[in-house]
Design a protein around this ligand. Structure first.
Ligand code: NI
Ligand code: MN
Length: 224
């Protein structure tokens, strides 16, 4: 499994020959201006919730690639109405896709569409393929993360660390404890003034708690 960071909360995940995008918000992110969404491959687009900074490029990429949008029921209905292929899910449910198994899990956040309409409840994803990863989405630290740690043997947790709208660094370290996972990839930081962080300090805080915080340059990849 290979993960590419496209800035903010946008990820590319490659599992064998399958290309998955998560929460593509790229064309609206000045920090990601070197990423051209026209060149991104996608068989599936996983969407954690309906906020603009997670769905901005979903429609354009899905229409170009024919990718299947996987999200909560309300978001699936929305993109389905635009003629996009979708797979609706809801909290606690898992589905065996051709690339692996995906479970839609709880996040504590909100999920309205940019026009204010209802975007269902926000979530995160656990993906079980050659490796098992948890993508938290926008969320507070929640004790429910303990359930994920008990249920799955995670190789990586992708956690928001920008604070203000989501968990910050200290809560992300506690999340690693709940998840029983010592390796995190941080996301949802630096994009806006409210979520700017000191990256060196964030890594040092993780190190001091015997956990690793990985931060990728926008466009860079890591193998899980
Ligand atoms: Ni959000
Ligand atoms: Mn967000």
């Amino acid at each position: 499994m290979q993960i590419t960071f496209y800035g903010h909360a946008s990820l590319g995940i490659k599992i064998a020959d399958t290309h998955i995008l998560v929460d593509p918000f790229i064309s609206g992110n000045p920090l990601a201006s070197h990423i051209d969404i026209e060149t991104l491959k996608a068989d599936y687009i996983l969407v954690t919730h309906a906020h603009q900074d997670h769905i901005l490029d979903v429609e354009a990429i899905a229409k170009r690639t024919g990718a299947i949008v996987v999200s909560n029921y309300e978001i699936a209905i929305h993109f389905g109405s635009l003629g996009i292929k979708t797979h609706p899910m809801n909290h606690g449910g898992a589905w065996e896709f051709d690339f692996g198994k995906v479970k839609y899990v709880t996040a504590v956040h909100t999920s309205s569409f940019p026009d204010g309409s209802y975007g269902g409840q926000p979530g995160g994803f656990v993906i079980q393929a050659d490796k098992t990863i948890y993508i938290a989405g926008d969320t507070a630290l929640t004790y429910d993360m303990r359930l994920i740690g008990r249920r799955f043997d995670l190789d990586l947790a992708v956690l928001p660390i920008g604070d203000n709208f989501t968990m910050g660094v200290e809560d992300a370290i506690q999340a690693c404890r709940f998840l029983d996972c010592d390796k995190a990839l941080g996301y949802h930081y630096d994009t806006f003034d409210y979520i700017k962080i000191d990256k060196t300090q964030a890594k040092a805080r993780f190190d001091s708690k015997l956990r690793t915080l990985k931060l990728l340059e926008i466009g860079a990849s890591m193998n899980v």
